[in-house]
Design a protein around this ligand. Structure first.
Ligand SMILES: Nc1ncnc2c1ncn2[C@@H]1O[C@H](COP(=O)(O)OP(=O)(O)OP(=O)(O)O)[C@@H](O)[C@H]1O
Length: 623
């Protein structure tokens, strides 16, 4: 019934189209019948071909006799129909008479008018498999999972699976809240989503088990009327128009029930993880597009896969890098260093505004973000495929600094958005994972990857992005689907889909917004406001203590700080070690005799510094 109810407007339109055709057809049929031509047509034809005029005359006389009464009957029917029509149209019959006549008459006419192969109503058997969720069905499906805990409990007590709330309609589907037998966890069921779907005889993406609040044995099983892949996700509400305020929520994804989930950028850091084809880049790009639609937000993007998924955004970026070559990775590492300095600059500015009473809680406010010259405008930095940087020689230091930036940046208007394919601890330092507050885990291969992205124990709690199939929906995959944690309740979400052409059109709008606001970066100028430039190799060589083959980091730092306090003041020895290591200089133990005793501390050898400088000069002249 419900199936037909939703299709009523479609049926009504079809009826209106086919009814006039049907009326004409019926009139033609009536006239043919009245003329009685069809009755002995074949016999008359045969007689005519034989030249048997006598028989033909007899047959035709018979036809005429028949036609006579049929014509009178047809005329009668015509007169009654015409009179009835006149009364309905011009008479003072009550409105519901007319409505009833239309309700009965039009479908009859439409039935006569429709082509034989196009029924007015859709056949239910052709529709999607729709199954009203009943307690019996859920029980049967749960039993089919072959979970010992469920089956043995139900064998003893058929009421071991209970429903604290009656199964009810919830959006375009039904929701069953299920209390599983004692000791069975909702997570055990969620891990067997495929079997559960089989038990319900439904496609996988129509069956959405999730942990329900209350206790770990409580399952929220939502079953859609249609598979998610067949439900048309609405297009991104910001596709055609609109602006974003990064301090306010904007649409980001939909739930399986097609409810819109809003996301926000300010005071957040995002981590996107997933295997190739999971839709990670598209989801991350959606956030970048949203940021582009706030003309105050400065965008800096590095995509280290090198395919140019973010190229459309380049015109609005203050900095954009694409690739995994040495230069791009170095650029990204320098951006991270710059971010850390920027955080320090911003925290001084915040102090200044806090003292003036303009930054309560020592946080960037929308007012400060909009204030030209405050230096506290939103800064959105996207680093996609971060594993490329982390696994490069820049990785260690970049990881350390990025962790600091994540910790500091949130209150300072710096939003970091990170995407990675490989979330192991070398590709994504745990210091970073621990400090992000919003995570979107798309299809991943295993529990480890799941928990690296979503956080410890999430897999155990039933938040499992392993259930999603990678690949675009056109090929049966579930790209765009993932578990979103940190915004509202943790659960399965599908990010809005915006293809590259649409992205380019959105950026056209963003360019206009930024041109009007005076924030469009001038073409070809990728600027970073920086501290005075420094070259650690050259600086170390300059301050090198005369006559020494090796020197302690501490000694060097003292000399460096004297030479360039604005750069080196406050550096820790480990910082010098890692700065030198990015240039290939190894820092080892250096022994010195102090008060007659040998003291070992870390430091570089002069020869290594000289070699590194020579190598660099060679490389530069080769380029
Ligand atoms: N939300 C979505 N809805 C529908 N299709 C999507 C969605 N997101 C992505 N896709 C499709 O899936 C494909 C893969 O997406 P994407 O390139 O973002 O994957 P990825 O996880 O970044 O993969 P890789 O790591 O290889 O770059 C895209 O070509 C796109 O067509």
């Amino acid at each position: 019934m419900e199936f037909h109810a939703v299709r009523f407007p479609k049926y009504a339109a079809k009826v209106l189209v086919f009814a006039p055709v049907g009326a004409a057809r019926l009139v033609v049929r009536l006239l043919r019948w009245a003329s009685a031509e069809d009755g002995n047509w074949d016999l008359r034809q045969a007689a005519a071909q034989r030249g048997d005029a006598d028989t033909w005359m007899k047959l035709d006389a018979r036809r005429q006799r028949q036609a006579k009464w049929r014509w009178s009957l047809a005329a009668g029917v015509g007169a009654v129909a015409a009179a009835g029509g006149m009364v309905l149209v011009f008479g003072d019959a009550p409105w519901w008479w007319r409505a009833a006549a239309l309700a009965v008459g039009l479908p009859v006419l439409a039935r006569a008018g429709r082509p034989a192969d196009r029924p007015i109503t859709d056949r239910v058997s052709q529709g999607k498999t729709y199954r009203k969720l009943t307690a019996d069905l859920v029980r049967r499906a749960l039993m089919s999972l072959q979970l010992a805990g469920i089956n043995s409990a139900v064998a003893k007590d058929p009421g071991a699976i209970s429903f604290p709330v009656e199964i009810h309609r919830d959006g375009p589907g039904h929701l069953a809240i299920v209390d599983l037998p004692y000791g069975v966890e909702a997570a055990d069921v969620i891990a067997r989503r495929g079997r559960l779907a089989s038990g319900l005889r439904l496609p996988l993406d129509q069956v959405w088990p999730e942990p329900a609040p209350g206790h770990t044995g409580r399952l929220a099983l939502w079953v859609g009327h249609e598979p998610a892949s067949q439900m048309r996700q609405p297009s991104w509400p910001l596709l055609k128009g609109g602006q974003v305020d990064v301090f306010k929520p904007f649409p980001f994804a939909t739930t399986p029930r097609m409810n819109v989930v809003d996301a926000s950028l300010m005071y957040r850091n995002w981590l996107f993880g997933g295997q190739p084809g999971s839709g990670k880049t598209f989801a991350l790009r959606l956030l970048a597009l949203a940021a582009a639609l706030d003309p105050r937000a400065e965008l800096r993007i590095y995509e280290m896969k090198g395919v140019g998924d973010f190229k459309a955004l380049a015109p609005v970026c203050a900095e954009y890098g694409n690739g995994f070559d040495d230069d791009t990775l170095t650029g990204c590492a320098q951006l991270i260093e710059w971010l850390y300095e920027e955080c320090q600059r911003r925290s001084k500015r915040i102090d200044h505004y806090a003292a003036a009473g303009k930054a309560p809680e020592n946080k960037v406010t929308p007012e400060l973000a909009s204030l030209k010259g405050s230096g506290l405008h939103p800064l959105v930095v996207c680093l996609d495929e971060l594993q490329e940087l982390m696994l490069s020689p820049h990785g260690r230091r970049a990881g350390e600094i990025l962790e600091k930036v994540i910790k500091l940046g949130r209150a300072l208007g710096v939003v970091l958005i990170i995407g990675t394919q490989i979330p192991d601890k070398d590709s994504l330092p745990t210091g970073i994972t621990r400090n992000v507050n919003t995570r979107f885990c798309l299809s991943v291969a295993d529990q480890t990857a799941n928990d690296m992205i979503l956080g410890t124990s999430q897999y155990k709690l039933g938040h499992r992005a392993t259930v999603f199939k990678p690949g675009p929906p056109t090929e049966g995959g579930e790209a765009g689907w993932g578990i979103l944690r940190g915004i509202g309740e943790t659960g399965a979400r599908c990010s809005f889909y915006v293809d590259s052409d649409q992205a380019a059109r959105i950026i056209d709008r963003a360019v206009t917004l930024r041109r009007d606001a005076g924030t469009l970066p001038a073409e070809g100028t990728q600027t970073r406001e920086t501290s005075p430039a420094y070259d650690v190799l050259a600086d170390v060589a300059t301050v090198w203590p005369a006559g020494e083959d090796a020197a302690w980091n501490e000694t060097l730092l003292e000399l460096l700080a004297e030479m360039r306090p604005e750069v080196y003041a406050g550096w820790k020895p480990a910082q010098l070690t890692s700065a030198l290591s990015t240039h290939g200089v190894k820092v080892g133990q250096v022994g010195r005799r102090i008060d007659g005793k040998t003291v070992n501390r870390r430091g570089p050898h002069r020869a290594d510094i000289t070699t590194a400088i020579t190598d660099r000069n060679h490389k530069r002249s080769a380029e």
